[in-house]
Design a protein around this ligand. Structure first.
Ligand SMILES: Nc1ncnc2c1ncn2[C@@H]1O[C@H](COP(=O)(O)OP(=O)(O)OP(=O)(O)O)[C@@H](O)[C@H]1O
Length: 308
């Protein structure tokens, strides 16, 4: 018998009243993968995570976590979750909550290591009501890890963390992935997805728009970007050979081009200087915007699984 998938979502449809938030979505995550769910606000990421955790009964479709129904997988301690609006009991101290949750498991994550891994050493005596947003997320991480679960489902786990907290968090996740844990996380931080995930699933309108490595998704944008400092007028830049788009701020211009060489030749012919010139491949952010702003971005025929 092959090992069951860590996360096996088939034909998932989620409705809130008459509105359909997730349409017939299928997502298969083998054990050991780190998968990022990307999507704009309202794309359906939380709905997928919450349905995967069995928090409500979907309108259609099935979910299996580690080969079991969500409730059974959670009961068995196989799944750790961080929800977007994850609650903590009020009027308790962090250490008390952690002890309570660890007691649920036969073989909990050793306390000292758990505290160090989640970076909450200085918080154990703090009242949960007095935690900052980022501290709260670290405590929620510790609770999610308390049973040393093979599967982690994380909904925007770093949204309230500062840069240092985010870096520490992803170092922890990389360590877990290296030890064979499966990590599925929703995020708006495309840099995190690019740096951490083996696989990126772009969701729009409750459907999978693209599913592949960050490199494969970036390659969906043909061409490269040409950047340079340009405080003066930008007339004619969009008409240069190869240029498919223009962005940037007051000082810096960024041209997307399907033919960087032709664009550069034309720029050098027309300008005496191109200060701070850089030519780069497309970023995941550009690919994401490109994918999610296509007119047919959320139509049923979108390219589910096309990159795998
Ligand atoms: N409890 C609910 N009742 C009604 N509509 C809901 C509910 N939860 C989500 N929705 C709607 O379902 C759609 C998908 O929402 P969801 O929260 O899954 O998106 P998301 O990708 O997680 O968004 P965000 O990045 O903003 O967290 C949205 O249109 C949202 O308004």
């Amino acid at each position: 018998m092959p090992e069951p998938l860590a996360l096996d979502v088939r034909g998932l449809t989620v409705r809130y009243g008459s509105a359909t938030a997730v349409h017939d979505l299928t997502l298969a995550v083998p054990r050991g993968e780190t998968v990022a769910l990307l999507g704009a606000n309202g794309a359906g990421k939380s709905s997928v995570v919450n349905a995967a955790l069995g928090l409500f009964r979907p309108a259609a479709g099935t979910v299996r976590l580690l080969g079991r129904e969500p409730a059974a997988a959670l009961e068995a301690g196989g799944v750790g979750a961080m929800l977007q609006h994850g609650g903590l009991p009020s009027e308790a101290r962090v250490g008390e909550v952690l002890a309570l949750v660890r007691r649920r498991y036969d073989d909990p994550w050793p306390l000292a290591d758990l505290v160090a891994t989640a970076g909450i050493g200085g918080l154990l005596d703090h009242a949960v009501d007095a935690l900052s947003g980022g501290q709260r997320q670290r405590v929620l991480l510790a609770l999610a890890l308390a049973g040393a679960p093979p599967l982690l489902l994380l909904d925007e786990p770093t949204s309230a963390m500062d840069v240092e907290g985010r870096q520490a968090f992803w170092t922890t996740m990389r360590g877990l992935a290296g030890r064979g844990h499966t990590v599925v996380f929703a995020t708006h931080h495309l840099d995190e997805a690019d740096a951490v995930a083996d696989r990126v699933v772009v969701v729009a309108g409750g459907r999978v728009l693209a599913d592949g490595t960050a490199a494969a998704i970036k390659s969906r944008i043909a061409g490269r970007t040409v950047r340079f400092r340009c405080p003066g007028p930008r007339d004619g830049l969009t008409g240069l050979p190869g240029v498919t788009g223009i962005s940037g701020d007051a000082d810096l211009v960024e041209l997307t081009t399907s033919d960087a060489e032709a664009t550069l030749r034309a720029l050098l012919d027309s300008r005496t200087a191109l200060p701070d010139l850089e030519v780069r491949g497309a970023s995941l952010e550009q690919a994401f915007l490109h994918l999610t702003t296509q007119p047919d971005a959320a139509e049923p025929h979108a390219t589910e699984g096309a990159l795998r």
